[in-house]
Design a protein around this ligand. Structure first.
Ligand code: CAA
Length: 294
């Protein structure tokens, strides 16, 4: 059966971006949040991104209206009975995800493919709590979803080739470049990115360079769009810490072990851009490197 209607569970930073690109791809999208407030906030993010696009001359007002017209917000899971694929984009809690997939398994028709946007949890473990492990894939998008071109499409040992190829073609139809990965914590990108980010923190702890100079080094020396500390603040220090711990748990290798400074910053509530302070202080314009971290 062709994919016509997409369900997105979760309309936070990543969920709203995924719902937006699916609507931009021509699909009817049902997006769910747990309450009206969060739903309004999430849909507001999509509207404001498209409005900025119109201001930048990248999106026409007609296109904006067309994309918004394909989105339906809900606080109920029952609506997902109409979906051909459901992407779950919620907090990285195994229990929350298991409960959601089991509920969706009862609600959705047999042909519906289940996808998870997890960055590091096991696709296989999630698939195994459903009765459709053969129709379960990972679809890992990157932040900011409307701008980043990549989607990792992940198969577990139980994923059928048909479901995998369908998800792969679906990612392509969203204008993304999909890559194939097997279910190992962090897949391809975070397996390489997370040790790099953690190593930047270790270099700072060891006094190899300052926050600004390490960032400038990677930006100008390697042509990366953001240095590691700007990227850490952008991804969220709490998120990075959480992912690193899951990856360390899976591989038991030092390269995935969180440096003490990252743990202390998370404990201190310095979560990066979203909390106003991380490796940089965002109350200043332009943001200034935080003093006194090491
Ligand atoms: N609507 C339409 N187009 C828009 C837009 C909007 N609202 N906002 C921006 N754009 C367009 C711009 O016009 C521009 O287009 P052109 O290249 O054609 O000029 C392009 O998008 C880039 O935008 P900006 O020029 O405003 O910004 P930038 O050049 O600074 O790029 C960025 C921003 C894409 C975020 C860039 O800084 C970047 O690539 N950063 C790295 C992000 C990254 O690494 N993300 C991955 C994080 S890891 C992750 O997500 C996985 C995980 O599991 C943790």
């Amino acid at each position: 059966m062709d994919i016509k209607t997409v369900g997105v569970v979760g309309c936070g930073l990543m969920g709203s971006g995924i719902a937006q690109v699916c609507a931009e791809g021509g699909y009817k999208v049902i997006v769910r949040e747990v309450n009206e407030d969060l739903l309004k906030k999430g849909l507001g993010k999509i509207e404001s991104f498209l409005t900025k696009g119109v201001e930048k001359g990248k999106v026409t007002p007609e296109r904006k209206a067309e994309v918004l017209g394909r989105l339906e917000g809900t606080t109920s899971l029952e609506k997902f009975a109409a979906c051909d694929i459901v992407i779950v984009v919620v907090v990285e809690s195994v229990q929350v995800k298991h409960d959601l997939y089991q509920a969706l398994d009862r609600i959705c028709p047999a042909h519906t493919i289940f996808a998870s946007n997890t960055s590091s949890l096991s696709i296989t473990e999630m698939a195994a709590v459903t009765k459709r492990a053969d129709r379960f894939v990972g679809m890992h998008f990157f932040n900011p979803v409307p701008l980043m071109k990549l989607t990792e499409v992940v198969r577990s040992p139980l994923t059928s080739p048909e479901a995998f190829e369908k998800a792969f073609a679906f990612a392509k139809s969203l204008g993304k470049t999909p890559i194939r990965a097997t279910d190992r914590s962090g897949f391809i990108v975070n397996r390489l990115l997370v040790p790099y980010l953690l190593d930047a923190i270790r270099a700072l702890e060891e006094g190899v360079g300052s926050i600004a100079h390490i960032d400038e080094g990677m930006r100008l020396g390697c042509g990366y769009p953001m240095g590691p500390f700007t990227l850490l603040d952008f991804v969220g220090l709490d998120t990075t810490y959480y992912i690193a711990n899951i990856m360390f748990d899976e591989f038991r290798e030092k390269r995935f072990a969180s440096p003490p400074l990252l743990k202390r910053m998370v404990q201190a509530g310095l979560h990066g851009k979203k909390s106003g302070k991380g490796f940089y202080d965002y109350s200043q314009d332009p943001p200034q490197p935080m003093a006194g971290l090491v």
